[in-house]
Design a protein around this ligand. Sequence first.
Ligand code: IFM
Length: 430
Amino acid sequence: MPLKPEPKHDHGILKFPQGFLWGAATSAHQVEGNNVHNDWWAWEQGKPFDLRSGQACDQYHLYEQDFDLAKSLNHNAHRLSIEWSRIEPHEGQFNEKEIEHYKKVLKALKQRGFTVMLTLWHFTLPKWVADEGGWENGQTVKYFERFVRKIVPEIADYVDLWVTINEPGVYIYETYIARQWPNAKRSLWGQIKSFLNLASAHKKVYNFLHQSFPAGKPVGMANNILSFEPYHKHSIIEQLAVSLNDIFINHLFYFLTGKTHDFLGINYYFHVRFKHRMLLPQAVNTTAQTHDISDLGWEVFPEGIFDVLTDLSDDLPIYITECGIASTNDDRRNRFLITYLQEVARAIKVGVNVRGFFYWSLIDNFEWQMGFEPRFGLVEVDYQTQQRIIRPSAKVYAEIIARGGIPHNLMRFIGHTVTAKEVLARKSHP
Ligand code: IFM
């Protein structure tokens, strides 16, 4: 009798491990508003009004309300960042009022019982640091370490997990390759120096956190990890493209920073397939073959999160520090949450040590050079009134959290999601 293939998804309740962290993530510049002392703010002033962060979500004042919302949606963890330029707006001058502010913010999270994951650097630099060359300048590593040494003792009691830096590769890509971000320029040497300095900053902060707080909290960073695939399984050129991209984009930062990770923080958004034309591999646009895409045209590819989790899995615990979809169509966000979490559950089932999931983002926010149009939030923000409106998908996520997994009744939201792989399989075997 022919063997029946294992069903790909377990359609019963897909349980997550006890103690799993469920939450959402934000970053200071994207939600706080009025971060007037950083390089982004300076750069935005030359842009049309709707591409300037301005008041953003005014979370600087509304944080308690936002944390109450997260609590009401059953989140047990929260990832956020602090804004270096508020704390050190001018070189060596620390603003005690802002330090007190962040203490209050973090205390507010602890009072509500959240596990707190804090990012120390999420893309923005104080203007004075950027003016001196930003991450290209070796001094920035020292400046960053000095800032960390100042702020950490003040807030360490309220933080459970540290993220040193967010997505160094994206920072390099947007600044030196796409050149869409502040301080953009074409400079291979600048790009290399910045990447090495970010790696060095991570290592220094990791060591400081462990030396100063010996029984310390876990320290990691958030890396943007892509799922790469060849279009033709047996094409050497495509396989080579996959391996090289995997090394440079997914693994290089870990090679440079060695053992200075207590956990791996993975931000997962992208899937790339390489197809060769003549002898050159090219990234192909697969969105035409998928059922769902985001409002930014990003492919929805749940299997990709399984790929990256199994690829990166080693002895270290993994947190999905970001994963989300920009969409005004909330059915899409429902499908996204369920299908991506199914894949996370599948990864856990095959032995990957995933400890938490932080949806990007708790609330709609300022999506960098794209302004406020992309809507990533579980909670909608009306930017005219700063009103928060809970999206239905936030409740789906809340139900998953309450049940500790994906209950059967939520499968109705998926409909028949045709994945890229299924479409391609059908194409090759019509
Ligand atoms: O908004 C960004 C975030 O700042 C870093 N990771 C990706 C998100 C969506 O683009």
